[in-house]
Design a protein around this ligand. Structure first.
Ligand SMILES: Nc1ncnc2c1ncn2[C@@H]1O[C@H](COP(=O)(O)OP(=O)(O)OP(=O)(O)O)[C@@H](O)[C@H]1O
Length: 361
């Protein structure tokens, strides 16, 4: 796969041929501190505020250059809101977003413009995220116009090169989105996101709208592009099997909070938070006869509570089989257990401990 030059003709950052284990610089590319987004609920004639949806509540995490942070959790737990906050598509209620050591939380449109090249988003739905009236050449080439960037060989040539980078036929430049399959359209979305050679790509459920047979192709494409272009990803998914394949570290979210943050292998080997364990036990294992290190199937009771009035104490306690009195009164902080692994639970499990009782339902 060819590594595209930065489209304005500037020298591209040297891209690693592979993403080695020691790829992570100590300096974070993205750092999020105390990030919060509460959507006000307005009611009545005078639109008075009557509460708020606490979509994201006090997130703290970092993303290192070249890594992929997977973010998982059930629907409504705040993953997309978090993605839109870090790409500055949404204003936070509180907290900061730092990119390359610079606080970008309150930058205005003008000051954000150059950063829009570095931070790109891939959206969930390849059907609605592409304008049906525009050709894919226009769609993929749009960022050049928006950023007033002139690729050295011209926009058309650059767009055709991007199309081939994502595995599409460059001759299809003049075709419209409806002429493509879902997987191909998502490739168009990926080409558009890569046009300005970003450093950070936030992919919000990049494959969930696609057929299962196509999902692996798109995930593999993202993986290949990361290797070739040295990209840093935040990949949001509710499907743990998607995140497993591509992530270096995984953040598990529940009701607007991170409940566990760990490197991928440790998390899958021994999930420490009961919610992670429950999510994990829903992932099919390739060989059902194999002893499941995750400790049998854990079924969660009920739905995620409303983020308008989340449970007191630990937000997960209403669905947790390990909950005790303290869980209903005191919120457990996200604290380091060992080796950078963080868990927010009053009853953090010892990974070497025997499996919990299996719930049947
Ligand atoms: N603009 C908004 N105004 C009010 N509430 C919102 C807004 N956007 C999101 N929410 C609410 O915030 C909560 C978190 O939503 P969000 O879309 O971030 O979750 P999610 O984990 O990405 O879920 P999904 O996987 O279903 O997209 C939900 O309760 C949602 O209804």
């Amino acid at each position: 796969m060819t590594i595209p030059e930065r489209s304005d003709g500037t020298a591209p950052a040297p891209a690693p041929a592979t993403v080695p284990a020691e790829k992570h610089d100590s300096e974070a590319l993205l750092k999020v501190t105390g990030l919060r987004k509460h959507f006000p609920i307005k009611k009545g004639l005078f639109q008075r505020q009557a509460g708020a949806v606490r979509a994201v509540d006090e997130l703290d995490f970092e993303v290192r250059p070249g890594e992929t942070l997977g973010v998982v959790g059930e629907s409504g737990c705040g993953k997309s809101t978090m993605g839109r906050l870090i790409t500055r598509l949404l204003e936070p209620t509180a907290g900061t977003v730092e990119f390359e050591g610079r606080d970008i939380t309150h930058l205005g449109v003008g000051a954000m413009r150059p950063l829009r090249r570095d931070i790109q988003m891939i959206f969930q739905d390849p059907y609605s995220s592409l304008n049906p009236r525009h050709t894919i050449g226009t769609i993929v080439g749009a960022p050049f116009g928006l950023q007033r960037v002139s690729p050295s060989g011209g926009v058309k040539k650059e767009v055709q090169r991007l199309l081939s980078v994502v595995g599409l036929n460059p001759e299809h430049y003049n075709r419209y989105p409806h002429e493509f399959s879902g997987g191909q359209r998502q490739r168009v979305g990926i080409a558009r996101a890569l046009a300005l050679r970003p450093k950070l790509v936030v992919a919000d459920e990049p494959v969930s709208a696609l057929d299962v047979s196509i999902q692996a192709q798109v995930v593999n494409l993202l993986d290949d592009l990361q290797q070739d272009l040295g990209l840093t990803y935040v990949i949001i998914a509710h499907d743990l099997s998607v995140v497993r394949h591509v992530s270096d570290r995984i953040a598990v979210m529940y009701l607007g909070k991170i409940v566990e943050l760990a490197d991928r292998d440790s998390l899958y080997r021994a999930p420490l938070h009961p919610y992670t364990k429950a999510l994990m036990s829903a992932v099919p294992i390739p060989d059902p006869r194999r002893k499941n290190a995750r400790g049998g199937r854990v079924l969660l009771n009920g739905d995620v509570p409303s983020p308008i009035s989340p449970p007191s104490g630990c937000r997960f306690h209403t669905r947790c089989w390990k909950a005790t009195e303290i869980c209903g009164t005191t919120e457990p902080p996200l604290s380091e257990v060992r080796d950078g692994r963080q868990v927010a639970c009053h009853h953090t499990e010892n990974p070497e401990a025997p499996a919990p009782p299996v719930q049947r339902g």
